[in-house]
Design a protein around this ligand. Structure first.
Ligand SMILES: [Zn+2]
Length: 456
């Protein structure tokens, strides 16, 4: 018998619905047994309301330290993604592996405090500031793994392949030298990344062609071959400028091109997929791939609006990602996703799964399934026997939850209260957030402050 513990919750959203007085027995980080309608007995008090933890399916952790530094318009009245990217490149020029680790640790602590229990780190900063590979090609990725170990968040590390500055294989430009790999270098990076996460329980390595701008057709095929059965993540159709260039060079839109070039299926996560025609919406939905939606960042960058209503009606799968980490809040990502649809369509409860059903519950369960699929987490997921014990508890005595039980709890968390409701968080059965605060927050904050003061 391995490492055992038992948690008791007053109510819990189990894989088959809400239940009261729930005892969850955990063995070696996994849920061994769930019993309902039981007294607490000798179990530890987990808290009032238990939810399964969500996966944050897209993160660039280092960008957390830039949050709030790009909210000033330059001389160009048409400030957009591309001017933001120029500032982001200047920022990342200064980062060394330790800086990256310190920033990621704070971002991951905040993710845990907001209800995310796993992160997919779309990691493209590989080489030293001059663009030379480190002796260990996964030196920067090892910093990400160390930040995951320090905070306890589940990690899906997606080392990014990046080789070109534009469609048609254009050479990389200044600001991109720290990302650039050949396919041979990438194969070494992938192996080194596997070694970097070897000590992390439940870690997954994904393969990430950056985008169709940064990868040629031949390189994409080579990456898919290298991926084997790993998840594959790619940015696609985030920007209208990107769609225009793709049409000029390839005569097809990015999502169309991707489906022509690769057998896109459930292992794939199409990050953003913002600018899609109805035919592309149905291509993605039918493929079983996950659309990786990042509503707060897409709003911050002025990207555009993904047609989530049409996509959901076609049976499309989605999850949410904090992407630039300008704000880190699982509930707020779900709220923003729904609100953008409401503002666009001038309707309410757009993403509710059916008549007289809770929008919050629908959003949460889609993001739970889609996030786990994209992160490469094997079934079962959620609060069910056999799943990893990734649990988030909410404070039922918070004023925002007075008189709520069941689905209205999710609706109130998502649409009213946000991350202040999160009480305790366990990943693989290990308590990492207590009373809404990461257990190592003070030390993590100190290292973060030192790092950012040095960089700025
Ligand atoms: Zn991204």
């Amino acid at each position: 018998v391995g490492d055992q513990s038992t948690l008791w919750f007053r109510s819990a959203l189990l894989a088959d619905g809400w239940a009261d007085d729930v005892r969850i027995r955990i063995v070696d980080g996994r849920i061994a047994e769930i019993r309902r309608g039981e007294r607490r007995g000798d179990a530890a008090d987990g808290g009032e309301i238990a939810l399964p933890g969500l996966a944050n399916l897209h993160s660039h952790a280092f960008q957390r330290a830039m949050a709030g530094l790009t909210e000033r318009r330059g001389a160009d009245p048409c400030d957009d993604f591309w001017s933001w990217r120029a500032q982001m490149y200047r920022f990342l020029d200064a980062l060394d592996p330790q800086d990256n680790q310190a920033i990621a640790a704070l971002a991951y602590a905040e993710m845990l405090e907001s209800g995310f229990t796993r992160v997919v780190e779309f990691h493209y900063l590989h080489h030293d500031p001059k663009g030379a590979p480190y002796a260990n090609p996964a030196q920067m990725g090892a910093g990400i793994a160390a930040a995951a170990a320090e905070t306890g968040i589940g990690l899906t590390l997606a080392p990014v392949f990046y080789a070109h500055s534009d469609f048609g294989g254009a050479p990389p430009t200044g600001g991109q030298w720290r990302f650039v790999c050949s396919i041979d270098m990438y194969a070494d990076l992938l192996a080194a990344s596997e070694r970097a996460v070897a000590g992390l329980s439940g870690a997954v390595i994904a393969v990430a062609p950056h985008s169709l701008r940064a990868v040629t057709e031949e390189e994409l095929s080579a990456l898919v071959a290298l991926a084997g059965d790993r998840p594959i993540h790619i940015h696609v159709a985030e920007q209208q400028g990107e769609v225009r260039r793709c049409l000029e060079v390839h005569g097809r839109r990015p999502v169309e091109l991707l489906f022509d070039l690769a057998q896109v299926g459930p292992r794939w996560c199409l990050v953003h997929a913002t600018h899609v025609e109805p035919s592309e919406v149905s291509l993605i939905a039918r493929s079983g791939a996950v659309a990786g939606l990042c509503p707060i960042t897409e709003g911050n960058l002025g990207d555009g609006v993904f047609p989530a209503d049409e996509y959901a009606k076609a049976g499309g799968r989605f999850g949410v990602g904090a992407d630039s980490n300008v704000r880190i809040d699982a509930a707020e990502e779900l709220r923003m996703l729904e609100y953008v649809q409401r503002l666009t369509l001038r309707r309410r409860n757009v993403l509710a799964p059916g008549p007289d059903t809770s929008t919050g519950r629908g959003l949460f369960e889609q993001a739970l399934k889609g996030g786990a699929q994209a992160a490469g987490v094997a079934a079962p997921i959620g609060l069910a026997a056999g799943a990893s014990a990734d649990i988030v508890s909410l404070k039922a005595d918070d004023v925002h939850l007075v008189g709520r039980r069941g689905d209205p709890v999710l609706d109130s968390w998502i649409f009213s209260a946000g991350r202040s409701l999160v009480d305790g968080v366990w990943v693989g059965g290990r308590a990492v957030v207590h009373d809404g605060r990461h257990v190592r927050r003070s030390a993590i904050e100190r290292a973060y402050v030192r790092t950012v003061e040095k960089i700025l």
